[in-house]
Design a protein around this ligand. Sequence first.
Ligand SMILES: C[S@@+](CC[C@H](N)C(=O)[O-])C[C@H]1O[C@@H](n2cnc3c(N)ncnc32)[C@H](O)[C@@H]1O
Length: 412
Amino acid sequence: MRESCPDGFNLVIEGLARFCAPDENLYRRPDGTYEPSLAPVFYNPEMVENRDITMSLLKAILISWGKEFNFLDPMAATGVRGIRFALEVANQSGKDVNLFMGDISPIAVELMKHNLRVSGVDSIHNISIQVNHMEANEQMYHLRRSGVALNYIDIDPFGTPAPYIHAALQSVNNGGIVGITATDIAVLEGKYPNTLFRRYGVRGVKSLISKEVAIRVLLSFVLRAAAIYDRYVDPLLSYHIKHYVRVFVKVFDGALKSSIYLDKCIGKMWHCPNCSFSYFEKLDYTSQKEMKCPLCGGDMTIISPLWICDLVDAKYVKETLNIVEKMPWLAKSSLNLITMLSNTITSAPVIRMTYLARRFKMSTPPRNRVIECIKSYGYEATLNMCYNDGINTNAPTDIVTICISKRGSAST
Ligand SMILES: C[S@@+](CC[C@H](N)C(=O)[O-])C[C@H]1O[C@@H](n2cnc3c(N)ncnc32)[C@H](O)[C@@H]1O
């Protein structure tokens, strides 16, 4: 009886969670594909990597956390994220966990309460649950005002997360984490420059490396918002997959450090729309010079202000990768993504072999050969997480030029 679902909903299994979600057959587009936004409560099985990675990162973090952990999902829909956190991370963790969940939709709130019972989360002894029918910003400010020290907040709206970032950055405790999903990918990638500027305060157009730029736009917005409150952020893990960007940031108090981060991590990206080569520059460079691409000589464009520091924290990615091995229920695609993130250099922009080769009128060199060549000169080079023709490297342009040509490695 515990497992029965309301009419129009089916029992679904994701990770260790069993819960009721809309019957996909009732909410299909004319082409037959399931459209989650048509359903009375949102559930998108396509976002499994998003939830898997949230669980593994939080599991890695909870191990060395203090006695109490406060988790908030203010846009919880079916409640799947909080339920999975309870079953896969909090259960038997030895910590006292407070699970706060909410949604603006009354149907969602009723369903998540039902799902907390269906999944058995309501009877786990170290977890207390509070479900609120509230607007997300209202719930974050309400919990803050009530003195709840939130250690994790998940922002996962349909579309832009921008309207929820200020409340999250103010409500999370010093040293707490905010996980942010953005599905307004066309805007973040620069397809609509006016909206990009209006929503995120970033000027630029779509580039040849727009997927990586999308992550940097979001992080730029988040750091600049945090700075208003004398806070700063450290990205733990960031990626672009399918139709969304996901970032996890650790939020800290500190006006001085906030200014240092703004100076160090917010800058410009010069981008060559001919060969894809790009590089970062600090914001204090004021002249309106015209830039020529140091690789191919083409005119460069500018995207600014962007996050120009690392996108991932190697320590946290490594810890997450270690934990994933103990979570065999996670999707293979999630494991692949974390493995890829653990092997990626993110301090410099991606370079795309296809465009470089086209510009130099040669056939596209195999990525692995270029990477091996760069490494033979003593620099780092890795595959890129966003593009299967992309490499990330800290090598200077002359080494990249040598390595994309057929001249081979330092030893040849
Ligand atoms: C994309 S879904 C969340 C999916 C969920 N996090 C998951 O992993 O399955 C967005 C949810 O946010 C809710 N929502 C939209 N605007 C909101 C707001 N301003 N405050 C609270 N909830 C909101 C919607 O009703 C919907 O359930």
